[in-house]
Design a protein around this ligand. Sequence first.
Ligand code: BG6
Length: 492
Amino acid sequence: MITQEHPKAVIVIFGATGDLAKRKLFPSIYRLVKNKKISENFAVVGVARRPWTNEEFRQNVSDSIQTSMKESANLDEFTSHFHYHPFDVTNPSSYLELNDLLNDLNTTYKTEGNRIFYLAMAPEFFGTIAQNLKKEGLTATEGWSRLVIEKPFGHDLPSAQTLNQEIREAFNEDQIYRIDHYLGKEMVQNIEVIRFANALFEPLWNNRYISNIQVTSSEVLGVEDRGRYYEKSGALRDMVQNHMLQMVALLAMEPPIKLTTDEIRSEKVKVLRALRPVKDDDVAKYFIRGQYDSGEMANEPVVSYRNESNVDDQSQTETYVAGKLLIDNFRWAGVPFYIRTGKRMAAKSTKIVVQFKDIPMNLYYNKGASVPPNLLVIHIQPEEGITLQLNAKKDDDAGYSQPVKLDLSNNFLEGINTPEAYEKLLYDCMRGDATNFTHWDEVALSWSYVDPISDAWKEGKANLTTYPSGSMGPKEAEEMLKKDGFKWWPVN
Ligand code: BG6
């Protein structure tokens, strides 16, 4: 249900002194205002433990925008919409005071009683905050109230269920916006359009013509200062349970009957239901886990994961995962979906490669080798675009075919300035469009798929291998594809 094109609301950010607010949320709100997506009828309330004043908070907002966007305009008018409220999440009087402030701002900015509660902070407080918001009357306004939740949504199925029950006592499913920021990326949103708006692809998009699909999300950065969180999470929970499975669902789903939130989500849910569970004894065969060792990045030496701060020097946490997923339905039976993601890899790149089956007979022998397969590459980041790899005759090389690329890159199209994922998601939430947020059913199914893998790892049922920083991951991941007669296509 889309409620407003130029939405009006008070946005309450819990964790307003944190990194996410500074790096993503403040700049996104600024761009939404600058691009006239949201009207002047908005206010932002920053909530956190620190005893900041409004002035300190506004200075912080302004610094964040100047740093991340190199913005030199005067920001005073914009930051005057920002207010700070020191807060103790467990103290009921904090909520009552907050409610008074929200009522005042509603009158000043004429926000029609609309409220967004954005939880950008430690997940252990999500349940408490949601329940107190309801108990202390903050969700009872004449407008709408919505809850935005950052990941992690639990650390396994049982903990996610508990959290869900807690927040569902205070908010209905359609008031809950669970963020997966990959769903806000322009080219992730484009997967559906590329598939369902092109007569060229849809007839081929199945196990008769596609041999395998590869989804890679590699990062150059290490764990940085997030050791404490990452030690408990690892790449499987941090990237696979959410971002990677969401991309697989978009690639594999059936065309929805309509482009509505419910129809799209229900097609994605069907894919997650059709994922073949990985049996305990098969985990080592289908999933490879690795941890980065020391190495070189951009000619500079970097330390191993175990030597990062707040990381155990005997840590068994994986910083890399490669997996082979099978989807047991008519369209995809027999087509492996390979995924891989890791930190401290050779390149920062998120790409999807769809490899089509070989042609039945090789007329154009390619200097003795077989004709390379057709590939459709969807570039998610840092470049955005699509490439179609075909075969054609080049020069005067009679009788030979060679790969040629049809390249469409957004980076080359004039005037295109892709909005940040968070900007789109915040705008969607303000308009009441939950399509690009994760429904509880998707969260639950993703954990059900991932939990047996992490359990088997905990029981030591598969080796943790290492890979040098600056490489593309452990050799075991290469071997996994080789056994199937495939190879990872390069991402850089
Ligand atoms: C986050 C993970 O969800 O995604 C991080 O917690 C990871 O560990 C990040 O670095 C990657 O996001 P992006 O948009 O840079 O690919």
